[in-house]
Design a protein around this ligand. Structure first.
Ligand SMILES: NC(=O)c1ccc[n+]([C@@H]2O[C@H](COP(=O)([O-])OP(=O)(O)OC[C@H]3O[C@@H](n4cnc5c(N)ncnc54)[C@H](O)[C@@H]3O)[C@@H](O)[C@H]2O)c1
Length: 293
């Protein structure tokens, strides 16, 4: 089966990145969000990232314009998926929202369409089960920022068939990513390790072990991470990290995955990291400034 048209649900951090790499690989993309302002923001981010590519002479202005023209912003869900060969979902990490959305998508998308979720943690089998095509349902886990990061974790649900895996491997390679194939388990391969590590950094801040700046520097230089865990959390989005931790506790029934109270408090205050302008760092000035806790 050849994929030509892709619908991306969500124009946030992940959605616009996924739409970008798909359009750059030559796919026709419809990017759907629930409010025009989110679509506009998503398109503006794609344009900004393409402009950077032109400046760095990785592509010509003409190529960048062609890529941008391949992404159409859409508000209506049915309109977004009605002629899609592949639907990639990147909406918030909330189980109820994802299940409701997949039911609607399943009704409106063509029978042959493959349904892929970019979830960070939620069971592929659980989402597949609300559709009439569980064999065509799969996890396609990109990493943030999508145009830069080189991996797609492909997750096979209980009913996902091999033909679907093959198509998704091909699409992932075409958008320039390497793939790993994992069987479904909460957090798959990467987040099962990463999320407890990030939470532990927040516990350390909560307990006054170190400042935000020192914790980040310690892990960056001591473990050779490209960035510290608190900087990374601000990139991921604190709300997303909290949803994942809560989901892990439910699924694993193991308190080692619990979220620190500080993380929950920050999310309740609307401190979501870069996307809200404030998290472990403050982003209102030219350079991020670490907050004190
Ligand atoms: N942030 C990361 O580092 C990261 C990495 C890999 C996977 N993910 C996963 O990707 C998904 C999206 O995360 P994000 O960081 O892009 O979040 P985000 O908050 O930046 O974006 C989510 C977008 O979805 C939109 N939305 C909400 N309901 C919708 C609906 N019904 N239809 C279409 N759009 C809808 C929101 O308006 C928002 O623009 C989550 O499942 C998350 O776990 C995130």
């Amino acid at each position: 089966m050849e994929i030509k048209k892709i619908a991306v649900l969500g124009a946030g951090q992940m959605g616009n990145g996924i739409a970008h790499v798909c359009a750059q690989a030559g796919y026709e993309v419809k990017m759907r969000d629930i409010d025009q302002k989110f679509i506009d923001n998503g398109l503006a981010t794609i344009k900004k990232n393409l402009d950077r590519g032109v400046k760095k002479e990785r592509m010509t202005q003409e190529e960048a314009d062609t890529v941008l023209r391949r992404v159409q912003g859409v508000l209506d869900l049915k309109e977004a998926v009605k002629d899609a060969d592949l639907v990639i979902e990147a909406i918030p990490e909330i189980v109820k929202l994802k299940l409701e959305t997949w039911k609607e998508v399943d009704e409106a998308a063509p029978e042959h369409a493959i349904l892929a979720s970019n979830t960070s943690s939620i069971s592929i089998t659980q989402m597949a089960a609300v559709t009439k095509r569980p064999e065509k349902f799969i996890g396609m886990h990109f990493f943030n920022p999508v145009p830069v990061m080189g991996l797609v974790e492909i997750i096979k649900g209980q009913s996902t068939d091999d033909a679907t895996v093959k198509v998704i491997e091909e699409v992932s390679h075409k958008v320039g990513k390497k793939t790993v194939l994992v069987n479904e388990a909460p957090g798959f391969a990467v987040n099962r390790l990463l999320v407890p590590a990030l939470n532990e950094a927040v516990f350390a801040i909560q307990e006054g072990v170190a400042t935000v700046e020192d914790m980040d520097l310690a892990i960056k230089l001591g473990l050779n991470w490209p960035m510290g865990p608190l900087t990374l959390l601000d990139f991921v989005g604190l709300d997303t990290a909290l949803y994942i931790s809560d989901y892990f506790v439910d699924e694993f029934k193991d308190s080692k995955y619990r979220a620190p109270a500080l993380l929950r408090k920050m999310v309740r205050a609307g401190w979501l990291g870069r996307k809200s302008g404030k998290g472990f760092y403050d982003y209102s000035g030219e350079k991020p400034v670490p907050n004190k806790f």
